[in-house]
Design a protein around this ligand. Sequence first.
Ligand SMILES: [Zn+2]
Length: 232
Amino acid sequence: MAISPAQLSDLRKREATEASKRGAKTGSQLCIYKTISGIEVEIYTDQGLEGDGKLKIAGIERAVKMIADKGFALPSLRFILTGAGGVENVAFMGNSSGNRAAVVYLGPKIGMQNKKNVTQGVSDAVYDGTQRFFGNPKQTAMVTTVVIHELGHVLHELMAEDQFWTNHEPATMTSALVWGMAASKVSQYARKMPLEFVAEAFSGIMVGKRYDQEVKIAYRALGGPEVPGFFT
Ligand SMILES: [Zn+2]
């Protein structure tokens, strides 16, 4: 199915509405502008520059650099770092004019290891596992992986707009027959929906996990962002 320009504009406006609901919960913010690997990055934080604020900023710097180093052309990015309860880690892909705009919220539950009965993602596996990640503290590795996941959504939308938005909507989502089995090889969270499968596989690949043909085929079918050498 193809998304019409009018539908796309509406979907993006809805993203902006959802983003502003989170924005209303955040505290007063400090704003930092950075250029990371040539990418323009705006960071708003109600957590200051120490503690969780510092951890998240370090995660953003690492994630953006790792992705840029793979040759991906990231758009300019806005991150909102907040300690406000009820704000999840989530990426939004539109502004109130219905245009493309990437806004990533990083909420209070980033860098906290999930309890056993909570849905596990690649970031939890990174926390649990032996660090391939430069020997960093586990929390930094986990936060970096969460940022990579969110930027996986951003790249997916940028590189495969139609597949992204088709799978954004429950009514038009790709059948689990196509991606469900592959998702169970990536993480528990990847089984939630096609977009989460793509972002989870992307973050897994970026932190050095290897996946088989089944994952590769499903990932490609959904338009997952890819660089040569990504799959075995
Ligand atoms: Zn996600």
